[in-house]
Design a protein around this ligand. Structure first.
Ligand code: PBG
Length: 324
């Protein structure tokens, strides 16, 4: 390889056209999934202070947001539900007429060109806010599996195109795959939150999903941010259990994990650019400390460059507008 002064790397950076030609990574609306939050009722739109542009919405408003996303070329939304009642076992999560199930039905009818994904977890539905049922004050793995499977089947029954378990219980992909197949939904894929870390960056999400744990934290089931090899073990288990898409979460602080998961599996990889990452950049921009459009573009580009095929991001619409 030739070197200076024969090779000058700056030659290809001199003009916008040359930079465009040699650009290696592009983010397009095709790569993005928009998270949406469904609440019961009608005409409800409750903005979340810590997440500019994100609201809790009733089904009618949620359909309007989803329609806008589809119009901008975004292929998919992922739904979270906030129920009007919570109990110890999160029973409202599997209700036929829960906010997620109703939103799925409405979207399949009114915005059929959109893929509708659903988050499967207990923390939005349990009174204690943990991602599973409790036994002796601890989240009990195996009894939780059946409840997760029930919730996933109820989403599929409503018409969900894909289910995405985010609880981090061991064996949930197998349990959900089995239950879906048994109920006749063998064509519904599972996007597994395979490597989900016990992260400080979920704070704003817990405001919008009203899912903060009422005691303790999630370190007993979500991963230690210090571990990378363990992420590969988690991912391999989910592959063996039948996961179709592997998720790494959060994204920006875990770009190495995205890279390793893609290299090790060759599976479709989704990265969740989570609420705290989004809120931090917004807050800095509000203070005038950085340029939001550029920071957003750089963040999303870096996630793609690390190997993510798709990005779950609250910025899906803003980015599509900017790109369009
Ligand atoms: C639920 C869940 C969480 C997020 C997605 N699904 C929160 C958590 O684990 O506490 C976080 C998403 C975000 O911060 O944007 N298990």
């Amino acid at each position: 390889m030739s070197h200076f002064p024969v090779y000058r790397a700056r030659r290809l950076r001199r003009t916008a056209t040359l930079r465009r030609l040699v650009r290696e990574t592009r983010v397009t609306p095709d790569d993005l999934i928009l998270p949406l939050f469904a609440v019961p009722g009608e005409g409800v739109r409750r903005p979340i202070a810590s997440m500019p542009g994100v609201s809790q919405t009733s089904v009618d408003e949620l359909v309007a947001d989803a329609r806008e996303a589809a119009g901008l070329g975004i292929p998919a939304v992922l739904l979270f539900g906030i129920p009007d009642h919570k109990d110890e076992t999160g029973s409202s999560g599997a209700e036929e007429h829960g906010p997620v199930q109703e939103a799925v039905r409405a979207l399949k009818l009114e915005v059929p060109e959109l893929a509708v994904m659903t988050d499967v977890c207990m923390c939005e539905y349990t009174s204690h806010g943990h991602c599973g049922v409790l036994e002796d004050g601890e989240v009990a793995n195996d009894p939780t599996l059946e409840l997760l499977a029930g919730q996933a089947v109820s989403h599929a029954r409503a018409g969900a195109d894909l289910v995405a378990p985010s609880d981090m219980m061991d064996g949930r992909v197998e349990a959900i795959r089995g239950a879906l197949d048994e109920a006749g939904f063998e064509q519904v894929p599972i996007m597994s939150y395979a490597a989900k870390y016990a992260s400080a960056f979920y704070g704003p999400f817990r405001d919008v999903a009203e899912s903060a744990p009422q005691f303790g934290d999630r370190q007993g089931y979500q991963m230690d941010p210090a571990n990378g090899d363990e992420a590969l073990r988690e991912v391999m288990l989910d592959v063996q259990e039948g996961a179709d898409i592997l998720m790494v979460k959060p994204a920006l602080a875990y770009l190495d994990i995205i890279w390793r998961v893609k290299e090790a599996t060759g599976y479709p990889v989704c990265a969740y650019h989570v609420s705290g990452e989004f809120a931090a950049l917004h807050a800095a921009a509000r203070l005038g400390w950085l340029d939001l459009d550029r920071a957003m573009t750089e963040a999303l580009t870096s996630i793609r460059r690390a190997g993510a095929d798709m990005i779950l991001t609250y910025w899906a619409r803003e980015f599509a507008r900017l790109a369009g």
